[in-house]
Design a protein around this ligand. Structure first.
Ligand code: ASP
Length: 326
């Protein structure tokens, strides 16, 4: 059974919340064949399937879409098999895992943490920055201190066995080059809308494997890895953060939707823009975007094939292959 089918099956069996029902055609992004379902949650990559389930469960419990997008990606932050989200993620080139995360509500409230160590749930720390401080972003040691002060669960600084093994292997050559594949670019970005049309989003990652110490990607940069506006829609990104930051990718998509583009058209335009601004290296750059608008229409598009995403509604939770430019 292919990975995609396996995940679909597991997901549908794994939750009483979802029943099958959405067809592959729903994902193609044109206005005509979209579900327009609310509530609706989209997440990047196949880890989005269990994350969507966790998000829907929380939405049922509290009715709050911010709680839902936080709970959804927390599930991924704990997934020991995931080498690009959470403390089990691949380290930087000094052998230290550093995390980036952001969260945003449709009213413009947002919070993020960057280059933070030892924090088990960076997404919850980002939420605490949003709700408990006058700031939007905390980085590095300051973010870690804030986590300690707030009583967040912390972990000893030790690589997971899988990450240690991969790092030891990498050290044999110590070559860093961004590579197009799922393993090295695997952030979870989640955007969701409740039944009343309120939007929220979350994004969390350990960033690029073997990055320079101190490197921060797009995920904690509001407007790059995530942007949400209740008047228009929401967008999130995954892939090479540098290429996404250069075009303010998620903000760009929301603004294009504000000007009348469909989510699909907006994602495609953002990918075109990204390619134009990163032409020299584009063969080695993967990036993918997800978007939803107020009507519950969706968009997804990537630079290269291989990007997929999970779409969850009350009717089902399915993994969909995104279209791509190349
Ligand atoms: N966007 C993330 C970053 O550049 C990487 C990823 O999507 O996996 O840090």
């Amino acid at each position: 059974m292919s990975q995609r089918r396996k995940f679909l099956k597991q997901s549908l069996l794994g939750s009483a919340l979802f029943i099958p029902g959405i067809t592959q055609a729903c994902a193609q992004g044109s206005k005509e064949n979209l579900p327009g379902e609310k509530p609706l949650i989209l997440s990047t990559w196949n880890h989005g399937l269990p994350a969507n389930e966790a998000a829907f469960k929380k939405l049922q419990e509290t009715g709050d879409i911010v709680d839902a997008v936080e709970a959804g990606v927390k599930d991924t932050e704990l997934d020991l098999n995931n080498l690009s989200v959470g403390l089990q993620g691949l380290p930087d080139r000094e052998g230290i895992t550093t995390l980036d995360a952001s969260i945003m509500k449709g009213d413009g409230s947002c919070g993020s943490v960057a280059f933070v160590r030892q924090v088990k749930h960076p997404i919850s720390l980002a939420r605490a920055v949003m709700e408990k401080t006058p700031h939007v972003m905390l980085a590095g040691e300051g973010a870690r201190q804030f986590a300690i002060q707030e009583g967040f669960p912390m972990e000893e600084e030790k690589l997971s066995p899988k990450a240690q093994k991969a790092y030891d292997e990498w050290k044999k050559t110590s070559q860093y080059k961004p590579v197009i594949n799922i393993e090295n670019h695997d952030t979870i970005g989640m955007i969701g809308m409740d039944a009343s049309g309120n939007l929220a989003g979350s994004c969390t990652t350990s960033g690029l494997a073997y990055k320079m110490h101190g490197r921060v990607g797009d995920s904690p940069i509001i407007g790059a890895g995530l942007y949400v506006d209740n008047e228009v829609g929401a967008a999130t990104a995954t892939g090479l953060g540098e290429s996404i930051i250069r075009i303010c990718g998620s903000f760009l998509i929301v603004e294009l939707m504000r000007q009348g583009r469909t989510p699909q058209e907006a994602c495609e335009e953002a990918v075109k823009r990204l390619i134009a601004k990163n032409q020299q290296d584009i063969k080695d750059i993967q990036a993918g975007f997800l978007a939803i608008n107020k009507e519950g229409h969706i968009g997804a598009y990537a630079v290269h094939p291989g990007f997929n995403f999970a779409q969850g509604t009350l009717k089902g939770n399915i993994l969909i292959d995104s279209k791509s430019h190349f």
